[in-house]
Design a protein around this ligand. Structure first.
Ligand code: GLA
Length: 645
């Protein structure tokens, strides 16, 4: 009798919710909008000829987060590519993640593949994430359907996760009025190449700059702090930089290395892509250079102003600005109508002490369909050098040799890497091929100074999580070092491109933005802002001008961080710094604020350490054995641990 009552009570409590009845507006996805009971293109749901009345039509990469309060018991669904994708290029992988842990993953599913059924236990799970990924080959035609997705629960019903609205709180203190020299402690140049370095210094202006023991061939402009000239002889020169204003003087050791290896610390700068896409022009680049100086970013070490795709001509285009011959009679590239004079543009940027970057593809055309370097590599490398560029991003796009495996992936980069070294100026070489063939293992060998480790970052926090996983799993820190940096893509901060040429705010919450800058600094990643530099709000500017955070990125030891602990949805990453201290990031990838703890044993240290909060630039006291602090949803606490003697 008792057993019967118990079983009636139990079944009375178990309920089922159809997920398509939840609020779908919070689903992030790569294209279009998630649809209730319809495919992403608004047709009836159908997978391999079988129709479904209820479900969610999405498009990779999509993430649907659901709060379960620990009350759910089971998730059930069918998954597959919607018949309306109508393309052999469609391929997706479905993933179910509970409290940060992968609970289930589908095989790669293509168009016409029969739906797979998923039935997983959700016992104890508080936060569920339903994800449709692009299976590693881009998102085109990836119409992923969750068909008839239901959750069985007991008590409080599941709801869509609506992220809390966070206020952008500025943690970075205003720089002191007294002079301070920022930026890396080391800079390198090849013998005979033009030398250009703008000494980054804060403090009230005017500042008078000097450099003691500057090697022969170099001189410093005392008003602008620009060091220029060239060095004939290889060697290491220990220079002392000074910056003086009416309130005092700052001094700092600065090592100049003349040798073959350039880009000893990660590049810091701006790139046009995420904000200007194909609207980029000469005047936008000049304005970016002006803004780098005017906002004060250059006083914190930001120097590169980089054009991304869309400066060349488009083969066969009828558009008068983009069309016409892509090369002249000698095969030299002709920029499109928005770039009247490349040399004048780089001269303009160089006159401010800044550097200029350009972009092309090893294929016949770039990702956006503009002229690429294929079969013209030698002339193009020379042209970029003649135009005065200091960096080349080489974006795989239309290049085809995937079938050849790693040697095929390497080939175009080997060719261009060698050509860049033959030029009479130093050009940083950024490989962009989305991590294929484990580029981090051979990027340096082919002449690269940095390499994109994954696809475009896009706008979902799951991508942060995925890159955390990639870097931890593959130990990417082992491939980083002076002149060799893993590149997880640009800083998506401030205003980025919206629809129809408009601008919109970064897709990241304020805490996620702190996470991005912190993580990139720990990883010794290039810091390249790709939001609008000309309209930076005070919060975004504060993220980009925290010298203690930037010093982690630019640390001369160039030991990138690795993950030392992962407990639930908390992670600790750490890297050793040149002064013997450790930079430590405490991350919370979960949906609620929670404490994050670091144990000295995971860092391989013992005893008393002074703990400093780097974003607030404040000492927190002495700690022994562990340190713990609450960390906000998707947020971070960046620490510096210095041994107490
Ligand atoms: C690819 C790259 C991006 C950007 C675009 C330009 O997607 O990964 O960073 O350069 O091409 O078309």
């Amino acid at each position: 009798m008792i057993a019967l009552i118990a079983s009636i009570a139990f079944s009375a409590q178990l309920q089922t919710v159809q997920l398509s009845s939840l609020d779908l507006s919070q689903i992030h996805q790569g294209w279009g909008k998630a649809m209730k009971d319809r495919s992403v293109t608004d047709t009836p749901l159908s997978i391999a000829g079988i129709a479904y009345l209820r479900g969610i039509g999405t498009h990779a990469n999509s993430t649907f987060k659901v709060r379960l309060f620990g009350k759910a018991t089971r998730f059930h669904s069918f998954c597959g590519v919607d018949d309306n994708a109508k393309s052999g290029r469609a391929s997706v992988i479905f993933k179910i993640v509970g409290d940060g842990k992968e609970l289930w993953k589908s095989p790669k599913l293509s168009w016409k593949t029969p739906a797979v059924e998923v039935n997983v236990s959700l016992k104890g799970v508080k936060s569920l994430s339903l994800e449709v990924g692009d299976a590693g080959d881009g998102v085109d035609y990836d119409h992923g359907d969750w068909a008839d997705p239901t959750i069985e629960y007991n008590g409080k019903a599941p709801v869509s996760l609506v992220p809390p609205i966070e206020k952008p709180i500025i943690l970075t203190p205003a720089p002191a009025k007294t002079p301070k020299i920022n930026g890396p402690g080391v800079f390198s140049v090849r013998p005979g190449s033009p030398f250009l370095y703008l000494v980054p210094a804060t403090g009230v202006v005017p500042i008078k700059y000097d450099a003691m023991r500057l090697p022969k061939g170099l001189s410093i402009d005392s008003k602008t702090g620009v060091i220029s000239g060239s060095l004939k002889h290889r060697g290491t020169y220990q220079v002392i930089l000074t910056a003086k204003n009416k309130l005092g003087i700052a001094m700092r050791g600065f090592k100049i290395v003349c040798g073959d290896q350039i880009a000893l610390t990660p590049q810091m700068g701006w790139n046009s892509w995420y904000v200007w896409l194909d609207h980029v022009s000469d005047s936008i680049l000049r304005r970016a250079g002006d803004a780098m100086i005017k906002t004060g970013l250059s006083r914190h070490g930001w120097q590169f102003v980089n054009i991304d795709d869309c400066w060349a001509r488009v083969p066969g285009s009828k558009d008068p600005t983009l069309g016409g011959p892509t090369r002249d009679a000698n095969g030299r590239l002709i920029p499109n109508g928005k770039f009247p004079d490349m040399k004048a543009l780089t001269d303009y940027l160089h006159s401010k002490g800044l550097k200029a970057g350009i972009y092309t593809s090893p294929g016949p055309t770039t990702c956006a369909g503009y002229e690429g370097a294929f079969t013209h590599e030698a002339l193009d490398a020379k042209t970029f050098a003649d135009w005065g560029f200091d960096l080349l991003k080489y974006d795989w796009c239309s290049y085809k040799s995937q079938a050849l495996g790693v040697p095929g992936f390497k080939k175009p980069y080997q060719i261009m890497g060698k050509l860049l070294k033959e030029q009479k100026r130093d050009m940083v070489f950024n490989l962009c091929q989305y991590g294929m063939g484990q580029v981090w293992k051979w990027g340096k060998e082919v002449g690269g100074h940095s390499w994109r480790t994954a696809d475009d970052l896009g706008s979902g926090f799951t991508l942060f999580r995925d890159s955390f996983e990639l870097y931890a799993r593959e130990h990417l820190e082992r491939n980083a070092g002076p002149g060799a940096f893993n590149d997880p893509d640009y800083l998506l901060l401030g205003k980025i491109a919206g629809s129809g040429g408009s601008l919109r705010n970064t897709p990241f919450t304020p805490n996620e933005q702190y996470t991005q800058v912190s993580m990139w600094s720990l990883l010794a990643a290039p810091l390249i802002l790709s939001g609008d530099i000309a309209t930076l709000d005070p919060f975004t500017l504060s993220l980009l001008t925290n010298d203690e955070i930037l010093a982690v990125d630019q640390d001369s030891l160039v030991k990138a961080a690795h993950r030392v602990a992962k407990v639930g949805e908390t992670e600790v990453w750490s890297r050793p710094l040149e002064d013997g201290s450790l930079a430590v990031g405490l991350f919370n990838t979960g949906e609620e604020q929670q404490p994050v703890k670091v144990d000295w044993s995971s860092l391989g240290i013992k005893g008393n350490y002074k703990v400093r909060d780097l974003w607030r630039q404040k000492d927190l006291g002495k700690f022994k054995g562990t340190f713990q602090s609450p960390v906000a949803r998707h947020g971070v606490m960046m620490l510096k641990l210095t041994k107490v003697k």
